[in-house]
Design a protein around this ligand. Sequence first.
Ligand SMILES: [Zn+2]
Length: 426
Amino acid sequence: MKRLLPIYLLMISVPTFAQTYAIRAGAVIEPESGKVDRDQVIEVEQGLIKAIGPNLAIPAGVQVIDLSHEWIMPGLMDAHTHLSLTLLGNEAMPLESTYLRESTTFRGLRGIHNATVLLSAGFTPVRDVGNSADYAMEDVRRAIDQGWFSGPTVIHSGKIIAPFGGQSHGTSPEQGSFWKYDYIDADGAVEIRKAVRINIYYGAEVIKLALDNSPYHYSVDEVRAAVDEAHRAGIPVAAHVYGGEAADYAIEAGVDSIEHGFDLTDEQLKRMKQKGIFLVGTDYPRAHLDIIGTAGGIFPDPAVLAPRIIDRLKRAHRLGVSLAFGRDPVMDVAGRTRADLMFDYLSVWRTAGVPPAEILKSMTSEPAKLLRVDRMRGRIAVGLAADLIAMPADPLDNVENLRRVDFVMKNGGVIRQAASTAAGPR
Ligand SMILES: [Zn+2]
């Protein structure tokens, strides 16, 4: 039997930036400070938060949104996604199959679909870290910015930069370097600098390096070249690394985030904290790992990896490393959206003992810094973009309440609104 979905009054594709709203908020959660303010009014004008306070007068004619029984917080962020990639669908496919079976256009269409789903669930900015063929995510970003489709603010990495071979293993020499569809082979500082520039040319706002997915690793000088070139252009470097000497090199060279980092030692985590390097742990729940399996040798055995992930997250949190929530969506599951699957990751954070307040921080104000959108997003404050979500139960009480988001505003446009919350014009 089909599950009954709640009825939503609005599901619009083009946000109405110009509309002025007054939102009656039951409680406003500010994850960065941990403050919760009851019975607030948030005034939104021209896409920005114009005023916020307990006793704001609402001018006549302003559209009122009644969220007086809801908890409001800044829009969520996902610091590690691949909107245009599905590695595992209804049939198990090795990574290489996507190059053979899916065009850049098809990947872009998947990107649009997933972007819409994530925005509707409350994710207002996302960072897409590669595997989008010939820069499909740049077109997705442009299409969203044009207002053709509703989607989050998209920050993408362009192609993943890696030592020869990308993340493909064991293909025959006759095939050539066909992974170049998703990766740039770059060996040595000169090639790495050029690869960074190519990505920036095609719209990348973060550089993604795959450090330890080959029989050989980048040297510290090679990582330094990437960091130097990216930082000179004002953009951060995200390093795919599990641990070991590749993690040492990434930390020493000063990347901005370590993605995955399943094998990081306490010593490495401490150095990350000292240098302000984020951990984007992509903390897979066991149930997902069981579906993924070893993915053709990319992942360790689920029975080994699942407890390792929980332990690493626990240690990273205890040692005070900056954490940014990120999901590595390599699979789709029939009957469930990518947003549903994303919220499954919360169980890992809960098991690792991270309190709800800090989970919310790792989904808002912390990734805002990593994504370099913190001047405009990640908090609810006057002058910032009106990226807001609301739900009928307190996520500080139970973080799983994030699954119940029933109101989403992006750049001051109402994306999703439960019928019960529309109070109409004053
Ligand atoms: Zn990934």
